[in-house]
Design a protein around this ligand. Structure first.
Ligand code: S3P
Length: 197
């Protein structure tokens, strides 16, 4: 039996990740929710599942400003950060459909929110406060939590923000289980909704 020539492709066994995406969105999918909800981790996995690009708005702000979020807060205050956040999100929403993980406060800006609700599929990643507090306690880079007990801060933020996150097209209640399970739920909810908002 003749062996394969070097230039001959071998038998093609598609790995699971290469299977057809379960849902093809016609607009960006934007993850919103409190700090610790898993927007970046889940977003990255969701993008891989849907074969879309992934962007994290905080990382884009840092890239554009050439400063970390903490440095931006220190030098320009929260108002300066929010202004950069609004401009970066406007840019990210334009262009090809992609998965965008936003910082927890981004959806609070009326202009950004209107843009997301009009041109994207907004997914609110919700979770109970103990889960969120447990996650954020593992990393100390968030200016709003610096030197503070995260649970009461998150509690106050949830009270103010949850009614606004609730405007998102889809709400997914995550848990402390594997992120892939949350991705499964998002994909199901998106598919049930169809490709348009
Ligand atoms: C913020 C959340 C952070 C970051 C900034 C402010 C907020 O992003 O944008 O520290 O106002 O909730 P994550 O939600 O990704 O932690």
């Amino acid at each position: 039996m003749a062996g394969l020539l070097p230039h001959e492709p071998g038998p093609c066994i598609a790995p699971a990740a290469m299977a057809d995406p379960p849902f093809t969105p016609d607009r960006p999918i934007v993850l919103v929710g409190l700090m610790g909800a898993g927007k970046s981790t889940v977003g990255r996995r969701l993008a891989r599942r849907l074969r879309l690009a992934f962007v994290d708005s905080d990382e884009e702000i840092e890239r554009a400003a050439v400063h970390s979020i903490k440095e931006i807060f220190d030098r320009f205050g929260e108002a300066g950060f929010r202004d950069g956040e609004r401009r970066v999100l406007r840019r990210l929403i334009e262009g090809e459909p992609k998965v965008i993980a936003t910082g927890g406060g981004a959806f609070m800006n009326a202009e950004t929110r209107a843009l997301i609700l009009d041109r994207c599929l907004a997914v609110w990643l919700d979770a109970d406060l103990e889960t969120l507090a447990g996650r954020v306690a593992r990393r100390g880079h968030r200016p709003l939590l610096a030197g503070r007990d995260p649970l009461p801060v998150l509690c106050g933020l949830a009270e103010a923000r949850n009614p606004i996150y609730a405007e998102a097209h889809i709400r997914i209640l995550g848990d402390s289980g594997p992120h892939e399970r949350t991705v499964d739920r998002i994909v199901e909810a998106l598919a049930a909704r169809g490709t348009g908002a």
